[in-house]
Design a protein around this ligand. Structure first.
Ligand code: PMV
Length: 314
């Protein structure tokens, strides 16, 4: 049996804008999806998905998952090996906005690598996971699978050659991630931005310029470990995401709630229109206060950190 895992992630800056070549910043979180791959008789591919999930997520993503797994098998050069049992697990919830799809692609690629002794480098694992992500996203930027493969804090820029730079932060910072409970279709969210951009080129040009400027300011704030600036820029980023139409009432409500409870900053994270939001909450006390404020309104939360050194559980 081959085993592998992939990190969950949080996008701190510039989801969506990253699709158009604007730099984004994301961090792995201390939660992972694990996969095992086992060869079984009978010529059938069996997928057992034991991940904890937002209600509706797994059913919603079933056909995308099937397409993704076939992409992964093809990219790994083992498309003829269909007599397999793939089991997914780990402590990362299967939900929109935490990198669940990318983490599962990386985990499966790593498990295939082990089962079939493919001797794949991390770069190759990442490129296989990118093909897997296409099953979910259509045309992903490559950000999610990169963070999920390499872990840590990453600045990512899509281009002819996808560029990744590891960033460091002096001390990991606590965050709270809040689940809106709404399952998102990232592809639909990305398509929506494209349509609105085509309809309002001037408005979008201005917003995109501001997102680009924010990327540089945010990088400096992260590298200088200035939590209050990082939070302020997250708030600005949320405003830009609202302007391109990927927030929703529930996410806006959660973001406001987190700020009122003392968060240094808060924004939606990932594809938007549902899924998760993230609040920067330096220190355990602040983290608990913000988490409790969200929980009191019935939202499920994750308490984790950004900037933690990558460490695999599987
Ligand atoms: O919804 P998630 O967590 O898979 O994040 C999607 C990020 C986008 O920028 C919206 C799309 C992409 O391909 O980068």
């Amino acid at each position: 049996m081959g085993k592998g895992s992939g990190f969950g992630k949080v996008i701190l800056f510039n989801e969506h804008f990253v699709v158009y070549g604007i730099p984004a910043i994301a961090s792995a979180i201390e939660m992972e999806t694990t996969a095992s791959v086992e060869q079984i008789p009978g010529g059938k591919l069996e997928v057992i998905d034991d991940r904890k999930a937002t209600p509706g997520y797994k059913d919603d993503k079933k056909s995308q998952q099937a397409e993704s797994i076939q992409n992964i098998l093809r990219a790994a050069g083992v498309a003829d090996r269909q007599s397999l049992r793939i089991v997914l697990g780990g402590n990362l919830i299967a939900a929109s906005g935490v990198g669940a799809s990318a983490a599962s692609c990386v985990a499966i690629a790593r498990a295939l690598n082990e089962e079939f002794s493919l001797k794949l480098t991390d770069e190759k694992i990442n490129s296989i996971a990118f093909e897997g992500e296409k099953g979910y996203h259509g045309e992903p930027s490559g950000l999610d699978n990169t963070v999920s493969t390499f872990g840590g804090l990453i600045r990512f820029e899509k281009g002819a050659q996808q560029q990744m730079a590891h960033m460091s932060i002096q001390n990991p910072i606590e965050i709270v991630m809040g689940d809106s409970g709404l399952v998102t279709n990232t592809k639909a969210a990305v398509d929506g931005v494209r349509q609105r951009r085509e309809q309002n080129p001037k408005k979008f040009e201005d917003i995109f310029k501001r997102a680009e400027q924010l990327a540089d300011k945010a990088r400096d704030a992260v590298e200088l470990n200035r939590a209050s600036d990082i939070g302020r820029y997250m708030n600005e980023n949320h405003r830009l995401l609202q302007e391109i139409g990927v927030s929703c009432d529930k996410l806006d409500f959660m973001v406001t709630l987190a700020r009122r409870a003392g968060a240094a900053g808060a924004k939606l994270t990932g594809g938007g229109l549902g899924g998760y939001m993230v609040a920067l909450t330096p220190g355990k006390d602040k983290q608990n206060r913000v988490a409790e404020a969200l929980e009191k309104e019935g939202f499920r939360v994750l308490r984790t950190k950004i900037g933690v050194e990558p460490r695999h559980v599987a």
